[in-house]
Design a protein around this ligand. Structure first.
Ligand code: ZN
Ligand code: ZN
Length: 216
């Protein structure tokens, strides 16, 4: 199992460095200056292969362009969120009082891709609901869950532009089929305590909160 490091988070959103032979950074809300020194202590920054964005929200993407320029990494994002990268509302940049950062992705995911990190592989799973192009990354029983599911039965909000409760329900259901030992969420701490049960709890709660009430 490759080492995963949580890089200092900005705006409360996590960025993870996966220190594989071909290292990748998951999410890039973190300030360039804050990110580069911890990354530089773990890998040669020039070796960074990809910056994978779990979704298009500002707190996860803000500094992707600068980090890509500094490291030479290629930026990857799902096609549905790539379309939204210049939308101030859909990226929630407006909520942060800024314009959408102009990010030009190099790699467009459609879901189902497998990223070869040399000594590990990560599958790109399309998990819409929080945003139309949210993705999770899964490999060697590790799940990078973005803002789709969080520990302790929690899950991402669906009331922002592009959010869809039914899609989120279906996405969480998809994740319950995985065997996860460690979850690295987009916010908060990683967890390794019976993660499959935690995801099942997320599904149960989402079913209660998000499902349309049935007519009697
Ligand atoms: Zn989000
Ligand atoms: Zn977030």
């Amino acid at each position: 199992m490759v080492q995963v490091y949580k890089i200092a988070a900005s705006y409360n959103a996590n960025a993870y460095l996966i220190a594989a032979k071909r290292p990748i950074l998951v999410d890039a809300g973190v300030h360039c200056e804050l990110a580069l020194s911890p990354i530089g202590r773990i890998i040669i920054p020039d070796a960074l292969e990809y910056i994978v964005l779990t979704h298009c929200h500002y707190d996860h993407i803000a500094h992707a362009t600068q980090l890509a320029e500094q490291t030479g990494a290629r930026i990857g994002i799902h096609e549905k969120d790539a379309e939204l990268l210049s939308d101030d509302q859909a990226t929630v940049s407006a909520m942060f009082g800024v314009c959408a950062p102009s990010i030009k992705p190099d790699v467009i995911f459609h879901g189902g891709e497998v990223l070869d990190l040399g000594d590990a592989k990560l599958e790109v799973i399309h998990t819409p609901g929080h945003t139309p192009g949210s993705i999770c990354l899964y490999g060697t029983k590790q799940l990078f869950s973005g803002d789709t599911v969080f520990p302790n039965g929690s899950f991402g909000r669906t009331d922002l532009r592009g959010g869809d409760p039914n899609q989120l329900l279906a996405s969480i259901k998809l994740l319950t089929a995985l065997d996860v030992e460690i979850m690295y969420p987009g916010h908060g701490d990683a967890t390794r305590k019976d993660v499959n049960a935690q995801i099942r709890d997320s599904l149960r709660l989402a079913e209660q909160v998000l499902q349309e009430p049935h007519a009697l």
